[in-house]
Design a protein around this ligand. Structure first.
Ligand SMILES: Nc1ncnc2c1ncn2[C@@H]1O[C@H](COP(=O)(O)OP(=O)(O)OP(=O)(O)O)[C@@H](O)[C@H]1O
Ligand SMILES: O=P(O)(O)OC[C@H]1O[C@H](OP(=O)(O)OP(=O)(O)O)[C@H](O)[C@@H]1O
Ligand SMILES: [Mg+2]
Length: 290
């Protein structure tokens, strides 16, 4: 049995669950509040706090975990990423009061008090910048600290920037970029997965990777005039060019099938229509294996 640690709530919970479900690993829990659930096959999920996942994976309480790269880095545990999952994208940034005098890292005076939930990363960042600062550890709502006078500067996560903005703060430095990753114990831990366990993990990585790869692509089918196939090849470059299929009673038309980037599908459809394509059909892809 392979045990996967998954965030039980918060920002990463829904995306982690839907990624697993799309890969065929649906949570089979007796109740919404169950903390252990079968994922089918040889997988079991434990639902724990995102912050605790690096510790649990490093200790061997779970074989793998889905959590933020920021939390993995902060933990300092010897973990290894097996897959960047792409969601939970955010940045750990240094921010100061918008109406204050500090507008860059260089302008931060020694002795400045910095509030953060990420003391290790913050310490390392300012040490590397040659600054002696005083850390003020907090466990959340960091953005309020400068207004309470308990810190001058904060180090916190941001994605849209709206929390900083509404709290009158300005970003002045970048500490780390983060997304959710599938992590396992690294070689230095002495707990790295080997043998059968490693083989099962590789299958999991392939399954999740194929779901992620499929999300950005669409499968497109269209009937096009045989005489315009050269243009079709320009419009639908595809992985190995479009598949061209004869259509029974299709007359001068042939069917073309291709995998196309979802982001360009609007333009692709218009280009196909312009060369006389008919019966255009676009579908989602569940998995894409290279
Ligand atoms: N604004 C954001 N945009 C995108 N991802 C984020 C954002 N904030 C946090 N994350 C990611 O989600 C992870 C977990 O954050 P979340 O807020 O869910 O946890 P938490 O603050 O510990 O939970 P809770 O607030 O429920 O106690 C972070 O470590 C980070 O990787
Ligand atoms: O740049 P933005 O899009 O505004 O996002 C940034 C906010 O998101 C996170 O908090 P979250 O909403 O997870 O609340 P929390 O403090 O309860 O964790 C983070 O700690 C910031 O406060
Ligand atoms: Mg949060």
């Amino acid at each position: 049995m392979l045990r996967l640690a998954i965030p039980n709530k918060g920002r990463l919970h829904d995306d982690a669950r839907s990624l697993l479900a799309d890969a065929g690993l649906e949570v089979r829990a007796s109740s919404e509040r169950a903390l252990v659930a079968s994922l089918g096959g040889e997988f079991e999920a434990i639902f724990v706090r995102a912050q605790d996942i690096p510790e649990f994976v490093a200790d061997g309480a779970a074989d793998a975990g889905i959590t933020g790269w920021d939390l993995v880095s902060e933990s300092g545990r010897p973990l290894e990423s097996r897959l960047d999952l792409g969601f939970g994208r955010c940045r750990l940034v240094v921010a100061a009061k918008d109406d204050g005098s500090v507008r860059s890292i260089a302008e931060i005076p020694d002795g400045t008090r910095i509030a953060t939930v990420f003391p290790q990363l913050t310490q390392r960042f300012f040490a590397a910048a040659g600054k002696r600062v005083e850390l003020v550890p907090v466990s959340g709502a960091v953005e309020i600290a400068p207004h309470l006078g308990i810190a001058d500067v904060i180090v916190d996560l941001t994605s849209t920037g709206s929390t900083l903005r509404v709290n009158g703060l300005r970003e002045i430095g970048n500490v780390l970029e983060s997304t959710a990753h599938l992590v396992v114990a690294g070689p230095a831990s002495g707990r790295a997965p080997v043998g059968e366990r490693d083989r099962t993990l590789r299958e999991l990585v392939d399954a999740l990777g194929s779901v992620l790869a499929a999300r950005g692509q669409r499968y497109l089918m269209a009937n096009v005039p045989r005489t315009r196939l050269d243009e079709v090849k320009q419009i639908l470059p595809g992985i190995s060019g479009p598949t061209v299929i004869d259509v029974m009673n299709g007359g001068s038309k042939v069917a073309v099938h291709a995998v196309c980037p979802a982001s360009g599908i609007y333009r692709t459809i218009n280009a196909l229509k312009a060369i006389g394509a008919e019966g255009i059909l676009v579908t989602r892809i569940e998995r894409l294996l290279a």
